[in-house]
Ligand binder design. Structure first.
Ligand code: ADP
Length: 595
């Protein structure tokens, strides 16, 4: 456990150093200027002591030394402010640069993770991990630069000066500081933090309870459950109340402990100083500088346990984003991969075996199939039969366990994924649109397309019909995930996208949700236009749409149980396709009648 924790800290420190070192010059400038500014801060009390000595030992009619001491005192104070400001400006640049790099690296890595990884991760959680990791780096760096490092420099600096001038005082001060640090950090980490974690947990639960009830308000109302929900919330809120009181009380006790220890430090420092004065080993100026130093030390010490506490959660947050960095991209291009060249569009599954991670049985076992160039193939079968997996394997969203998938004789595992996927057009069941303009969405597969080309594709896909009604035409933003368009309209945009991409291989996944008959006719016409001269695979949910295809493959549990044209399969007695056709005949008749 302790070992794992140590490893985590080491990992995070390595991560932080890596990003600091992205701009080594800036990092060096921040470090040097911060240490310098702290040393200046340490020297201010000594300058004040020199001023007191100059005043108490000097003559009133010869104030030269006192004026010099005053100039030095004020000069140091000004220098301290200037150097501190420089640290801030330098740090702003260093942090901003590093945080951008963390975000860019994590985003770019996560984008390249496999479809499997994305299927198993919550998008919201991934976004939160990345943004929290970026913020945590910022807090960590700030705490170190403005809190911990200066505190350490001050403590070492002051004790060294004392030890050198008055060894006894050096000993007293260092013992007091060590006791203070050990006590307050231990209390902070082992006593306050656990209470803080519990309070935070109840805090999230409280927000969660509110969100859950408010977003489910419709159900609350229809069951007249307001009182029940009130009680549920009151229970959670009272637990939050108890946890928060515990946390705040512990923090308050810690404040008292700190105050007592600081008073002990002050008393021992000044007491030793007075004793040194009685022994004539300290001047009034020395006492003045001791008083100023003790204020300085108290200031740095007071915040140190707070700094330690704020650094702890940042380590966890950074560890999350670090996980992305350390995770290998599951499906990676081989180093010597070349680009896929598709001339004809022949697809071959060659003795393919594939099992989903976690599944007991392979879905495909020793599966062999040829699809001829330009062939239009319908994939049918019950839900879960393996149709989607079949097309995902062609896109290499998953790697096969055995065997090969060849396109025009080239193994898709040996070519670059970009060249493979950019030559396979896809019209998914639920097309993903971005909250960008309609034109940008259509041109997603070919960002360099001209406006005329975009409009031509849109016309072919019957997008033009509904664009005319939109306030800004092709410049209209489609809303998050295309929410402002209907299901049928989104599919037509996806078809326009595929038309514009003009890929030699095409995968169409029919929408399962029922569309109005006009939309369906538009989509069918658009799809037929799209399929021309391409090897096309259509995952069919309505058999009426695939009767005109060259070939139909009937899937069952990852196997092809029937393979032929619609006419052949429809005639086969006791055939699976024929059975499917009979169960769907009602809907076929309805959609045919609608034409
Ligand atoms: P279809 O498209 O014919 O409905 P799929 O190819 O989606 O069928 O699914 C085939 C089988 O693989 C199903 O049993 C399904 O539960 C399983 N499956 C699909 N995707 C995954 C996944 N990401 N992880 C594990 N099993 C999966």
């Amino acid at each position: 456990m302790a070992q794992a924790k140590r490893e985590k800290y080491v990992r995070v420190m390595r991560f932080v150093t890596h990003y600091w070192m992205r701009a080594p010059g800036l990092f060096l400038a921040v470090a040097v200027s911060r240490i310098l500014s702290t040393l200046i801060d340490v020297s201010v009390p000594w300058a004040s002591g020199a001023l007191v000595d100059a005043v108490s030992l000097g003559e009133r009619d010869a104030p030269g030394p006192a004026i010099n001491a005053l100039v030095i005192f004020v000069g140091l104070a000004v220098l301290f402010q200037i150097s501190r400001q420089c640290v801030t400006f330098l740090l702003n640049r260093m942090s901003a640069r590093a945080i951008t790099a963390i975000g860019r690296d994590a985003f770019s890595k996560v984008q390249r993770f496999s479809a499997e990884w994305h299927a198993n991760s919550f998008a919201g959680a991934t976004v939160r991990k990345i943004t929290r990791g970026m913020n945590a780096f910022d807090t960590f760096t700030d705490t170190l630069v403005f809190g911990l490092v200066p505190a350490i420099v001050v403590l070492i600096g002051v004790t060294t000066i004392f030890a050198w001038r008055w060894p006894l005082l050096g000993l007293v001060v260092s013992v007091c500081i060590v006791i203070y640090l050990v006590a307050t950090i231990a209390v902070s980490v082992y006593w306050i933090r656990p209470a803080n974690i519990i309070a935070r947990e109840w805090d999230s639960r409280m927000s969660g309870t509110i969100a859950d009830s408010i977003s489910g308000n419709q159900a609350v109302k229809s069951f007249a459950a307001e009182l029940r929900e009130d009680k549920l919330f009151a229970d959670v809120a009272s637990k939050w109340e108890r946890a928060s009181i515990l946390w705040w009380d512990r923090s308050a006790w810690n404040g008292l402990l700190q105050a007592i220890l600081l008073m002990v430090l002050q008393a021992s420092m000044l007491g030793t100083g007075l004793w040194l004065w009685t022994q004539q080993r300290a001047t009034p100026g020395d006492i003045a500088s001791l008083i100023a130093t003790q204020f300085l030390i108290s200031g740095y010490l007071r915040d140190i346990s707070q700094h330690v506490r704020s650094v702890q959660p940042t380590v966890n947050d950074m560890d999350d984003v670090l996980e992305f960095r350390d995770t290998k991209v599951q499906i990676a291009d081989k180093p010597q991969s070349s680009a896929l060249e598709i001339k004809a569009g022949h697809i071959r599954f060659d003795h393919v075996t594939f099992r989903y991670a976690g599944a007991a049985q392979p879905l495909y076992e020793n599966f062999t199939l040829d699809i001829e160039p330009g062939q239009k193939v319908g994939l049918v079968g019950a839900s879960g039969a393996g149709k989607s997996t079949f097309v995902k394997l062609i896109q290499r969203l998953y790697d096969v366990d055995q065997g090969r998938i060849l396109i025009d004789g080239q193994n898709i595992a040996e070519v670059t994924q970009a060249s493979l996927r950019s030559q396979i057009g896809l019209v998914p069941q639920e097309p993903v649109l971005f909250h960008r303009s309609l034109a940008d969405n259509i041109a997603y597969g070919r960002p360099d397309a001209s406006q005329d080309e975009i409009i031509a594709a849109a016309r072919h896909a019957h997008v033009d019909e509904f664009v005319k009604a939109l306030p800004k035409g092709y410049a209209t933003l489609v809303g998050e995930r295309g929410i402002k368009l209907s299901g049928g309209e989104r599919q037509r945009v996806a078809i326009a996208r595929a038309l514009l991409s003009n890929t030699p291989v095409l995968i169409l996944d029919e929408a399962t949700s029922s569309l109005d008959s006009l939309s369906e006719r538009y989509i069918r016409e658009a799809m037929e236009g799209l399929m021309e001269k391409r090897t096309t695979l259509v995952i069919a949910h309505r058999l009426s749409t695939i009767q005109r295809l060259d070939r139909i493959l009937v899937f069952e549990h990852g196997r092809i149980v029937e393979d032929g044209t619609h006419a052949e399969l429809a005639r086969r007695p006791n055939g699976v396709y024929r059975h499917l056709l009979e169960t769907q005949v009602g809907s076929t008749l309805i959609s045919d009648a609608a034409e």
